[in-house]
Design a protein around this ligand. Sequence first.
Ligand code: ADP
Ligand code: MG
Length: 464
Amino acid sequence: MLAYLLIVCVSFYIVSATLIRLVGEYLFNQKANDELYAAISLAAQAEAPLAARDGEALYALADRNSDDYSRVLVLDLYGVAQADSQSEMNGVRMSRREVATALNQGKADYGYYFVGDQSPTLLTGALTGNMISLYAAPIGREELMGVLVYLTRSEEAYRSLMTIQTKMLAWLGLVTVAVTLMSLFVSRWFTRPISELNEGIVEMANGDFSNRVKVRGKNEFAQLATAFNTMCDRLESLDKARNQFVSNASHELKTPLSTMKILIETLMYQDPMDPDMTREFLTDINKEIDRLNSVIGDLLTLVSIDGGEKPLDARPISVAELLSENMRRLQPLARERGIEMTLSVREQAVVNGDANRLTQVFYNLMDNAIKYTGRGGSVRVELSKKDRRAIVKVIDTGIGIPKEDQLHVFDRFYRVDKARSRETGGTGLGLSIVKQIVLLHGGHVGVVSEENKGSTFTVDLPEA
Ligand SMILES: Nc1ncnc2c1ncn2[C@@H]1O[C@H](COP(=O)(O)OP(=O)(O)O)[C@@H](O)[C@H]1O
Ligand SMILES: [Mg+2]
């Protein structure tokens, strides 16, 4: 703002100073030319009386051509006044620069004087501070005989110049005020969104993500504000998700611990206990330890995928091989539960990926399919290709997932039926691990399901 103000004022000052000088020059040149011409013509008239040393004629000439605002003097070759319209300087030598120029060089000259307290009065009636013009014209066409001095008051021209100057100054002041106000306004206009944004950022840095910036208009600031607000939304939901995750994880870890504590306390304080009962209690404790183990294992897996701790060890992998290998591992479990499991490879597909991670994906999906399908049901795994993507479908005829839960099954710790899922040993982390790994491979995972009819989980991965 200051820079702006400075530029405007300096340029205004330059323009007005130039203007004043031009106007002044014009005013004074005009006047000087006219009056110098008058002085020269008077000098021509004074030639004859001066040659004749006719003092009376000279005085008459001087008197005739002067008034209250002007004075005429006739000086001889030595600069001594021979005639003076004010009759003051008769016989006195006048030593002004212009007189010397006329006497020494035979040239007409003029100059300006300000009437001061000390300097001798050039013109009676002139007041201190008044401006007086002095014209000196040589007398004698062939031979220099003297100098004619013509004095006039130049108040008019001087005053009008002063008026112009004061007016210009007033304008300068006005422009300064206007520019100051305008730039204040403009800078406010520009800086307010920035400072608002800044406040928002500071609050965000302090951990408060609830702050939103007002969006005004459609300019770049508005876009910036919108982007900032979107970022706040995402950070806020991330923050919430993180808190939720921590609280869920704590709960998942605390439940088996509490159960174990009760079991152990019963064992400790209830004596004598029958050995079968003791074994049963210990078996339960062992189960809880297994639970803890699997929750912690899953958490560690998630953390290592999230934190990018282990970079993807990508290699070309045959998807069909991966699927049949997982199938082999899960076949015994399926048989035990009376579920028929089949694999149908429609097309071979090779993807670039981390074999261990992808094994986790398919193992989890097949494991879920078996877990959430009742006796007599079936699980079918299909491999096909579409648009250079490998498509794996895990189709079961199980209990299905209600519509409202389908969106959330990939969330961490989300279980449709808490009690049943925990009973079956699930941690609620399996599908979120699946999703993370698939995303890491540039793929997608989705579910289509109908309650009591079955579910179909679909994974697609870009082909190598
Ligand atoms: N094939 C399926 N059929 C029905 N429900 C399923 C299936 N797969 C997952 N679910 C539901 O999604 C929830 C989340 O699955 P997952 O993340 O693997 O956790 P869990 O450890 O409980 O298996 C499960 O608790 C279950 O309610
Ligand atoms: Mg699972």
